[in-house]
Design a protein around this ligand. Structure first.
Ligand SMILES: Cc1cc2nc3c(=O)[nH]c(=O)nc-3n(C[C@H](O)[C@H](O)[C@H](O)COP(=O)(O)OP(=O)(O)OC[C@H]3O[C@@H](n4cnc5c(N)ncnc54)[C@H](O)[C@@H]3O)c2cc1C
Length: 405
């Protein structure tokens, strides 16, 4: 074998997986068509809400030190219902990290910091070979391993191939893995906003009939917004000049942070649910968006990918230590069994939340307001939701629980 694991795709999940596997003693080759540079780019508005459990994994693989001082702790989450111009409903749900002994529920990390730190660590890692500017074109599984052909004609042999190649997963498609899902007919508009007042580390999820608006704290007096709107409208709004864009945003955003201004570029992303019908195939495992692309409503997209990474790493490293062939069907089936239910439950929850909150039916509005207020009134329930959002519940792989592999 040339290596133990070949990873197709060097996005955030592919890079994190390469580091985690190498940390567990496995040899990894990772191919991506991009140059995989470690240079810090200009701020492009993209940022991620990393749950406390995901931060544990980044700590375990040795990259948290380089990120910690640039990450913004999430000290509270406030969820409320609203309509543009009316401000949030008085019935709301508020989470405060003081109710969690583990500390902040998570951290906001900007893409321009996270990606270069992962690339630099992967470059320096002993057992990781990066293949930038190369894509995986074909793979052929057999009884002992998998042969992978790159676009420059090179072939590589490994025990298992992992597809981290994003929401359309060309590798998964080639293996005949079908997908289930639909478009939400919504686009997420992403931008960074600077504001007059301190956000106090509080993340806000505001539900509007057109779609949710998340206001997520970044370092300094800045926040990242994910503003979901119906697709046709999002295209129009995002193309507006800055003043007109802000004039539409202000009544939704409210004035609790004082005067607001745009910082840097604005992006839009189509929002969809796309689930692979299986997370494994012959000598193949799917990780991250390749396995599941979710509505960003609960900010769980990347956290779900990090859970895949932690689970697959634990399964493969344990199999390797026991002397098993890590690409065998029974080894990969352990990964699928461990992740499948959680992924399906998260897909149902994010999909249901979006449907329940993205409409203006007065009865539904009353029901959800009362629901939010009811959860808020019961400390045990509130704490349960918080632990769930922080990724601190369930049968967690060791890397998420802060335990060594
Ligand atoms: C509006 C929006 C807001 C979001 N907010 C959050 C948030 O707050 N918190 C959160 O946790 N998540 C969030 N997410 C989700 C998060 O961005 C994704 O889950 C995550 O970036 C997916 O990473 P990935 O590595 O799986 O896939 P990708 O980032 O899509 O990477 C796939 C990689 O595969 C490579 N590739 C493709 N084909 C090949 C091939 N043939 N060979 C080799 N390489 C290939 C590509 O070049 C690419 O680098 C959000 C998403 C959206 C749309």
């Amino acid at each position: 074998m040339d290596t133990d694991v070949i990873i197709s795709g060097g996005g955030l999940n592919g890079l994190t997986l390469a580091l985690a596997l190498s940390h567990g003693g496995l040899r990894v080759s990772l191919a991506d068509p991009s140059p995989l540079t470690a240079e810090t780019a200009d701020f492009d508005g993209r940022s991620y809400a990393l749950a406390a459990a995901s931060c544990n994994l980044l700590r375990a693989i040795g990259v948290w030190g380089a990120l910690a001082e640039r990450a913004q702790p999430i000290l509270g989450i406030k969820v409320s219902d609203g309509r543009a111009g009316e401000g949030p409903s008085p019935l709301h749900l508020a989470f405060d990290h003081a109710e969690l002994e583990e500390g902040p529920m998570g951290h906001m990390v900007e893409d321009r910091h996270l990606r270069p730190v992962l690339v630099a660590a992967a470059r320096a890692a002993e057992r990781v070979t990066l293949l930038p500017g190369r894509s995986v074109e074909d793979h052929t599984p057999d009884a002992t391993g998998v042969t992978v052909r790159l676009d420059d004609g090179t072939t590589l042999r490994a025990s298992v191939l992992v597809a981290c190649d994003g929401r359309n997963s060309p590798t998964g498609a080639r293996a005949g893995i079908r997908r289930t899902g639909w478009s939400y007919g919504q686009h997420g508009m992403v931008a960074a906003i600077s504001h007059e007042r301190d956000h106090g580390g509080i993340a806000h999820q505001l539900f509007m009939p057109e779609g949710p608006l998340a206001i997520l704290p970044l370092r300094g007096n800045r926040s990242s917004i994910v503003w979901s709107e119906r697709s046709e409208r999002a295209a129009v709004v995002n193309a507006l000049p800055e003043d007109a864009y802000l004039a539409l945003l202000r009544p939704r955003f409210g004035d609790f942070l004082g005067e607001i201004a745009l910082e840097g570029a604005r992006y839009t992303y189509p929002l969809m649910l796309s689930l692979a019908n299986s997370m494994i195939g012959p000598r193949l495992a799917l990780v991250g968006d390749a396995a599941h692309r979710l509505h960003p409503i609960a900010g769980q997209g990347l956290n779900a990918g990090v859970k895949d990474v932690a689970t697959l790493t634990e399964v493969l490293v344990e199999a390797h230590r026991r002397g098993e062939n890590i690409g065998n069907a029974d080894v990969l089936a352990r990964y699928e069994r461990w992740r499948r239910f959680d992924v399906a439950a998260l897909a149902v929850a994010t999909d249901g939340f979006n449907r329940l909150f993205s409409n203006d039916n007065p009865l539904l509005r009353l029901a959800r307001d009362v629901g939010l207020a009811a959860v808020n009134a019961v400390p045990g329930l509130r704490r349960g939701f918080m632990r769930e959002a922080a990724g601190l519940t369930g049968d967690r792989p060791r890397l998420l629980a802060g335990r060594p592999l």
